[in-house]
Design a protein. Structure first.
Length: 275
């Protein structure tokens, strides 16, 4: 039962780690973290006229509506003079979200390291410490990612709250599927970390169970090779009788049961010889 649970933990930690690595890799490399639309409200038919719409990632901003439709620029160059943004708040949002970019990158590096260490530990399960180290790296990777997500959300919320209110302005934003992949990766990495640490405790407990206590072993002395590094059976176990011990007991019994000596007169002296 214990070996089955260890195999299940090994399989689940590998699957969770691989899925977490894949999702955060896709999230970092794609441009669908945030969708934003800006425009004006038409009082005649109570509809919104979209003047600018974009989706942004950690590295690029792509416009899919308005004058810049079909254009993608790197995030550090989106403030070019020829790019038309409706309001200054949109510009500030695209500025501030870049402060969260290093944390997903650190998380990607940590989860890759954890995945490699975890697989080496699964190939060589006798190296129990590798499971613990990979679990710590998985957990640190998840924490780094969640810090980046919190900074990303808070920077957007701050700019939205500072946005001037106007009945004629239309603004809408939502998080994209890249952001959802990153959030899902956080859960998978934390799960992989917890399972790796628990797998370490099980492997360590199994090793301690099969390890004999040192106090019960005594060294064997060898006449031909000096002190030997081998160990005999524990002292508390009954030791079998050797043939030499049995022969010694027989000789003692024969001596005790031997008939007393007969005294014969010889030249006025008593002889104690048995013959």
């Amino acid at each position: 039962m214990s070996s089955c649970s260890s195999r299940a933990l090994t399989l689940l930690s590998s699957v969770f780690g691989a899925c977490g690595l894949l999702l955060v890799g896709i999230a970092v490399s794609t441009d669908y973290w945030l969708y934003m639309e800006e425009g004006v409200l038409l009082p005649q038919n109570q509809s919104a006229q979209v003047r600018m719409a974009l989706h942004a990632g950690l590295w690029r901003v792509c416009f899919f509506a308005g004058r810049e439709k079909g254009r993608c620029v790197a995030s550090e160059y989106f403030l070019e003079p020829e790019i038309n943004l409706v309001t200054e708040n949109t510009e500030n949002i695209l500025k501030t979200v870049r402060t969260a970019t290093p944390f997903p990158m650190v998380s990607l590096f940590l989860v890759f390291t954890a995945f490699v260490i975890s697989n080496v530990g699964h190939i060589r399960p006798q190296r129990t410490l590798l499971a613990f180290v990979s679990g710590i790296f998985f957990i640190l990777s998840g924490l780094s990612l969640v810090v980046g997500l919190v900074l990303y959300i808070s920077s957007i919320n701050d700019e939205v709250m500072n946005r001037p209110s106007g009945s004629e302005q239309y603004f809408q934003y939502r998080y994209g599927w890249s952001f959802a992949f990153a959030a899902s990766s956080f859960l998978l990495k934390e799960g992989a970390g917890v399972m790796s640490v628990y797998l370490f405790t099980k492997r360590y407990a199994e090793e301690e169970r099969f390890r004999a206590p040192a106090g019960l072993l005594r060294p064997r002395l060898s006449a031909c090779s000096g002190l030997s590094g081998q160990f005999l059976q524990p002292r508390g176990w009954p030791r079998g009788r050797s043939p030499s011990d049995a022969s010694s007991d027989v000789s003692i019994q024969m001596t005790q049961n031997y008939p007393p000596a007969i005294k014969y007169p010889q030249h006025g002296h008593l002889s104690t010889s048995p013959c």
